[in-house]
Design a protein around this ligand. Structure first.
Ligand code: ARG
Length: 429
């Protein structure tokens, strides 16, 4: 371990204690270091604005930070247990390259606001990526709603045959769901779009940092003005971000369940592209929908990460090292969530319906509700119409199209539903 930033008074740090303090934190910081570098560049420019760094010092620091960023990307610089954390690594590198000038970078900041700003920038990027995945899912679902509008699909309640449904209805459901999910991700990103850098250890600093400049340079919509609240928001914002992903994954879970059922031999409604299935190591006859099952399971891991942070959050105000454990949780949640969401739109694009199987699962009973409502519309009181339509002798085999025509959307027209969803989707692109 290199010299610790805070080592003083000749106290020797015990290796086991140091390892316990660090855990895998420094390895996790690989996920965040580029954001810490970005924030360090903004901080240096802010220090220049207020005269702490002269033009040459600022230029040198900025050049070295850009170089470090490139080295992180190329692999020439590897963050490892040689450093206590990414914050120490960045400062050590600047001091190594720039000596006295490098020692100025930490003026007016603390690792407490550094970690906040790096993770906040990361969360914003992750939320945006997940929002884009959800928008892509909604786009595919909406295109397929138009394309498969006349595919008749049995509609179930309680997993019992209920009414005739359609490709239009099934796909529109996912389109509307993922428009909502994308909007929630976007709203959450806007909700936490505030700059904590400049709040230092949680009690501000006795120097006139140009926080407005740094906030703008980092692309934040606003700054967190209360230093104590900046610390209180750690964990709270992380939970909100994970919840927004969880919302999308709840829909993925139910979609995956539909596909899991629809691909069984018993239903057989849908064929998956071969690369979305796997074989069995023992049973030569098998093609298993493992991808769909892991899509279904992604919610559980994401929700567990949310719980993990919630468990940590029983703390008084101020910074506490406990909060360090919110980092593995957000990485886990967004890795799982992001990977799962990214796979959904190509999967949906490649789904193939099997009309023979779908048609074989429709029966005359599934038109009974339509019949009851037709009788009611021609004047019979609904309860009497219901009784009349319950009689199997009145059930007739109808074409799915005729029964669907009247129910596809408000007003009985397919297109307004698709147009309404397309207009909402447009605001997300
Ligand atoms: N790894 C630490 C965290 O995630 C960085 C902040 C350390 N601050 C401190 N005062 N020890 O919270």
């Amino acid at each position: 371990m290199s010299t610790l930033l805070w080592q003083k008074d000749g106290v020797v740090v015990d290796a086991a204690i140091q390892a316990f303090l660090a855990g895998d934190d420094v390895i996790l910081d690989r996920e965040f270091i580029r954001y810490d570098i970005t924030a360090s560049r903004a901080h240096a420019s802010g220090l220049h604005k207020i005269g702490v760094l002269d033009a040459d010092e600022w230029a040198a620091i900025d050049r070295e930070l850009q170089q470090l960023d490139q080295d992180v990307v190329s692999g020439a610089f590897v963050l490892d247990a040689h450093y206590e954390d990414m914050h120490s690594a960045i400062e050590a590198r600047l001091i190594d390259r720039l000596a006295e000038t490098g020692k100025k970078i930490h003026t007016g900041r603390s690792r407490n606001d550094q970690v906040l700003v790096a993770t906040r920038l990361w969360l914003k990027a992750q939320l945006l990526a997940c929002q884009q995945h959800c928008t892509a899912i909604a786009q595919v679902a909406l295109a397929r709603a138009a394309q498969d509008r006349d595919v008749a699909i049995p509609g179930y309640t309680h997993l019992q045959r209920a009414m005739v449904s359609s490709g239009l209805m099934w796909w529109s459901a996912w389109a509307e769901a993922f428009i909502d999910n994308a909007e929630r991700l976007r709203a959450t990103a806007a909700w936490l779009d505030s700059n904590p850098l400049g709040t230092a250890a949680g009690y501000g600093v006795n120097m006139a940092l140009d926080r407005a400049h740094v906030t703008e340079a980092l692309g934040f919509a606003r700054m967190q003005v209360s230093p104590i609240y900046a610390q209180l928001s750690r964990g709270k914002f992380e939970i909100a971000a994970i919840e927004a992903v969880c919302s999308a994954l709840l829909d993925v879970r139910r979609l995956a369940w539909d596909l899991s059922l629809f691909t069984t031999a018993e239903f057989g409604f849908v064929k998956l592209p071969a690369h979305y299935t796997t074989g069995s190591s023992l049973m030569p006859n098998k093609r298993n929908p493992d991808v769909i099952e892991l899509l279904r399971a992604a919610y559980a891991r994401c929700a567990a990460s949310r719980t993990e942070i919630e468990q940590l959050m029983s703390l008084p105000s101020g910074y506490h090292r406990d909060l360090q454990f919110s980092k593995p949780a957000i990485v886990n949640a967004f890795k799982q969530g992001g990977m799962a969401l990214a796979l959904v739109s190509p999967l949906l694009d490649a789904l193939v319906w099997v009309p023979e199987k779908l048609n074989a699962s429709l029966d005359a009973s599934m038109h009974a509700t339509d019949l009851a409502l037709e009788l009611a519309q021609s004047g019979m009181p609904f309860r009497d119409a219901y009784q009349a339509a319950a009689n199997p002798e009145r059930w007739e085999t109808r074409s799915a199209e005729s029964s669907l025509q009247a129910r596809v959307s408000p007003g009985g027209h397919a297109m307004p539903m698709l147009e309404i969803l397309a207009a909402r989707l447009q605001t997300l692109i």
